[in-house]
Design a protein around this ligand. Structure first.
Ligand code: TRP
Length: 434
C-alpha cells in the first residue's frame, strides 16, 4: 500500500526582507521538505497577516515581491508546489468568517501575542486593549483559515507559532462537531517544529536578528554586500600563525551551515593550526557564495522582471483556488448557506404538488447520529436508534432506499404509532423507483 499524501503548508508574513539566518533556518529546510515523497506542498505569502503588523504599504509591497522572488530563486518549482499570495485567495477570508463564528473569544484571549500586548499595557497602567486592533486579536483565526482551507496535515513552524496550530486544531474540531454530521470537514493539523536546524548566529555571536543589527543579508547588496558583512564578523585580535579558538565567534557555525561535517572539521583544524582570521573569512565567503551565488543571479533576474514573478503567483493562485473553492462550497452548504435552487429548498416550493417521503439524518445532543423517515404529510414513519458514527446511519439509509421493505427486518429502526407496515413499504418503494 502506498502512503497517503501529506499536505504540508508554510506561510511567511510579508513585512521584512529575509536574511541569511532565515534562509538557513526556515527557507532552505522548507524547500527541502517540499521535495520529500508523498508530499503536497503549499507555500504562501501571508500578506493579510502583514497588515496586522505594518501599515506602510510600500514596505508590504516590497517585502511580498522580495519573498516571492527568494522562494522562486531558492528552488521552489511553481509547477510542483502550490505557491501563492494569501490575498489572491478570497476563499481564505470567507472561511475566516465561518470559523470566526465558532471560535470562543476566550480562546483568543489566551493567544500569546495578544496576551503579551495586554501585559505591556497593564504594566504601563493604560487600558489593557490600548493600541490593539481586532486584526491582532483575531490573528490566530485567520491563520487557522490559512491552514484549514487546504486541509493541511503538517505545518512546519517556529516554536512561537505552535500555540496557533493548536488553536487551529481546536477550531477545526469544533466546526467538524457542529457542522460535519459525522464527516471530517477539516483535517486536524499538526505543528512540525524542526529541532535539528540550528539558529544561525549573527556577526556578533548573538542570534542573527534585525533587532540586533547583526545580520548577513541573503541577496540584498549583492556579492559585495555579502562580502562586507562577512568582513564585519567579530573576531579576536590573534594574528595569523597563532592558534585560534574556533568557537570564540560565529565563523564556524555559519561555515557549518554551508559545508559538510568533514569540511567543517578540516576548517576547525586549520584554525587551531593558526589560520589567519582574514583567510578564514575568505573561506567562509567562498562556502556561502557557492550555494547563494547562483540563486542570487536568478533572484536579480526575477526582480528585474516582476511580470515573471506575477505570472508565477497567478499560476499558484489558480491552483490554490481550484482546491479552496469546492471545499468552501461544501462548508457554505454545511452551515446552511445554500442556493435556493438546491434540492433542499426546492422541496418547500414544489411540495404542494409532488410531496415525497424523506429520510432525515441528524445528530442529537447526546452526540449520537440518528435518522428518521417522514411521510409526505410530515408524519414520522420510522425512527432509528442512535449511532456512534454518522456513516453508519448513512449506510442504513442507503440500504433502506435501495432494498426497500426487504431491509426492514434487520434494521435498527422502530415503526412509529401512526405508521402502518404498508405505508412504510410504499414510502420505501418510492426511493427504489427514483
Ligand atoms: N504567523 C506566521 C508567522 O508569523 C505566518 C503565518 C500566517 C503562517 N499564516 C500561517 C504560518 C499559516 C503557517 C501556517 O510566522
Amino acid at each position: 500500500m502506498t502512503q497517503a499524501t501529506q499536505r504540508v503548508l508554510t506561510g511567511i508574513t510579508t513585512t521584512g526582507t529575509p536574511h541569511l539566518g532565515n534562509y538557513v533556518g526556515a527557507i532552505r529546510p522548507a524547500i527541502a521538505a517540499s521535495r520529500a515523497p508523498n508530499t503536497e506542498s503549499f507555500f504562501f505569502l501571508a500578506d493579510y497577516h502583514a497588515l496586522i503588523k505594518c501599515d506602510d504599504p510600500a514596505r508590504v509591497e516590497r517585502s511580498r515581491m522580495e519573498i516571492a522572488a527568494i522562494w522562486l530563486a531558492a528552488g521552489l518549482d511553481p509547477a510542483k508546489v502550490t505557491i501563492y499570495r494569501q490575498s489572491d485567495v478570497p476563499e481564505v477570508t470567507e472561511l475566516n468568517w465561518l470559523i470566526t463564528c465558532v471560535t470562543a473569544k476566550g480562546l483568543m484571549n489566551r493567544a500569546h501575542a495578544y496576551k503579551a500586548a495586554t501585559d505591556i499595557n497593564e504594566a504601563a497602567g493604560v487600558d489593557i486593549d490600548h493600541g490593539i486592533t481586532m486584526g491582532l486579536f483575531c490573528y490566530p483565526v485567520l491563520m487557522a483559515a490559512d491552514i484549514l482551507m487546504f486541509n493541511a496535515h503538517k505545518v512546519p513552524v517556529g516554536k512561537d507559532q505552535v500555540q496557533h496550530i493548536e488553536m487551529a486544531r481546536d477550531i477545526a474540531q469544533r466546526f467538524n462537531h457542529l457542522y460535519g454530521a459525522g464527516k471530517e470537514l477539516f483535517v486536524l493539523p499538526e505543528a512540525i517544529v524542526d529541532e535539528d536546524v540550528p539558529l544561525l548566529p549573527g556577526l556578533d555571536g548573538r542570534k542573527m536578528s534585525k533587532s540586533y543589527d547583526n545580520v548577513i543579508p541573503l541577496f540584498n547588496g549583492g556579492a559585495k554586500g555579502l562580502k562586507e558583512a562577512v568582513a564585519r564578523i567579530v573576531t579576536d585580535s590573534r594574528l595569523p600563525g597563532e592558534p585560534k579558538d574556533p568557537d570564540s565567534n560565529s565563523l564556524i557555525a555559519i561555515f557549518n551551515a554551508f559545508a559538510t561535517p568533514e569540511q567543517t572539521a578540516a576548517f576547525r583544524a586549520e584554525l587551531v593550526g593558526g589560520l589567519g582570521w582574514g583567510e578564514a573569512k575568505q573561506k567562509l565567503l567562498a562556502a556561502i557564495e557557492a550555494e547563494i551565488g547562483p540563486m542570487r543571479a536568478e533572484y536579480d533576474a526575477l526582480m528585474a522582471d516582476p511580470a515573471r514573478i506575477e505570472a508565477a503567483m497567478q499560476v499558484g493562485a489558480a491552483r490554490a483556488r481550484a482546491i479552496a473553492q469546492p471545499l468552501l462550497q461544501e462548508l457554505r452548504a454545511a452551515v446552511g448557506l445554500r442556493s435556493f435552487r438546491a434540492p433542499v429548498a426546492a422541496k418547500t416550493v414544489e411540495s404542494a404538488k409532488a410531496a415525497l417521503p424523506v429520510f432525515k439524518q441528524y445528530r442529537e445532543a447526546d452526540g449520537r447520529f440518528y435518522f428518521k423517515l417522514t411521510a409526505a404529510d410530515g408524519r414520522v414513519l420510522l425512527q432509528s436508534e442512535g449511532f456512534e458514527q454518522g456513516k453508519d446511519a448513512g449506510q442504513w439509509v442507503g440500504k433502506l432506499k435501495r432494498e426497500g421493505a426487504a431491509a426492514l427486518a434487520g434494521a435498527p429502526v422502530t415503526l412509529t404509532d401512526s405508521a402502518t407496515q404498508d405505508e412504510v413499504a410504499t414510502a420505501l418503494a418510492a426511493f427504489a423507483e427514483a
